[in-house]
Design a protein around this ligand. Sequence first.
Ligand code: SAM
Ligand code: DTB
Ligand code: SF4
Length: 318
Amino acid sequence: MSAQEIRHDWTVEEVLGLLDRPLNDLLFEAQAIHRRRHPANEVQISTLLSIKTGGCPEDCKYCPQSVHYDTGVDTHNVLPVEDVVTAAGRARAAGATRFCMGAAWRAPTNSQTSRVSELVRAVKATGMETCVTLGMLTAEQARELADAGLDYYNHNLDTSPEYYGEIITTRSYQDRLDTLAHVRAAGVNVCCGGIVGMGESRTDRAGLLAQLANLPEHPESVPINNLVQVEGTPLHGTDTLPPLELVRCVAVARILMPGSVIRLSAGRTELSDEAQALCFMAGAGSIFCGDRLLTTPNPEFNDDMEMFEDLGLAAQPL
Ligand code: SAM
Ligand code: DTB
Ligand code: SF4
């Protein structure tokens, strides 16, 4: 197989064949592709802020922010612009180049979208790249965010179409694909990935990766999240994924989507530096830094910087 070419016609069997390969072969090919297209020892840093937390009507079984589960998350409505700009400034000073704002909505209203557009304008004015994740968008809402200067929209496929119904019942896979198409049409970069470690099979992981690679254009950013298990959510207590399986998923994402930046996303607190090093070897080129993701913990910033030092990695400059 020639993995250099950009393809959008991967079968699940082919992707499963990649996931099943000897680890050395997989890592070798992934790293070779990575080096042809991306700086070998640089990692882009994004920082997250939950701009609207909790109270979400959706039933995503992994999520602490759903109203369906009792997780004790501190709910709040959209944060004032000053608070958001302060947090962005702190992230920028720490070395982040992209500021990602998340809101626990099924889909924003038009007035909520306008409110977020103001936040995007304000963060963009600080010189950082901007990303938001707000749920489903209409074509018009995507255009409004694009006009405000939005660089990336995050909207994940989460899992394979076959496993999807086990995880979410309140919106369909097609709803997600429609939002991604609106974001693409508005000219905003697409950030789209999924979650592993939700009790899915390796075939489901192959199914997710094939869906991502077979989108009309590869997402510019592909977050691979390892489930953060939160007490009160239905997925709390799920068997954890062996770290090498996560490494394999990162490597296969890298091979399938050579130009995309693969993000080693949620779940790093459960990973050793050695497992993370293998993810970087497999082609991860981005992480979230800062001691919080949206509502759950992330490694301490200083620990991440020590890990970068140990691995000879540098934060990508703005
Ligand atoms: N409500 C919007 C939505 O779902 O599109 C935006 C925010 S939502 C929290 C963004 C993404 O975070 C989800 O699509 C999911 O992939 C990821 N996520 C949420 N909870 C997670 C968890 N416990 N572990 C890993 N990833 C998680
Ligand atoms: C993504 O793929 N992962 C981030 C971001 N996009 C929004 C979210 C991870 C959330 C983890 C659970 C939490 O902190 O609430
Ligand atoms: Fe709501 Fe998003 Fe959480 Fe699903 S993942 S419950 S849509 S905040």
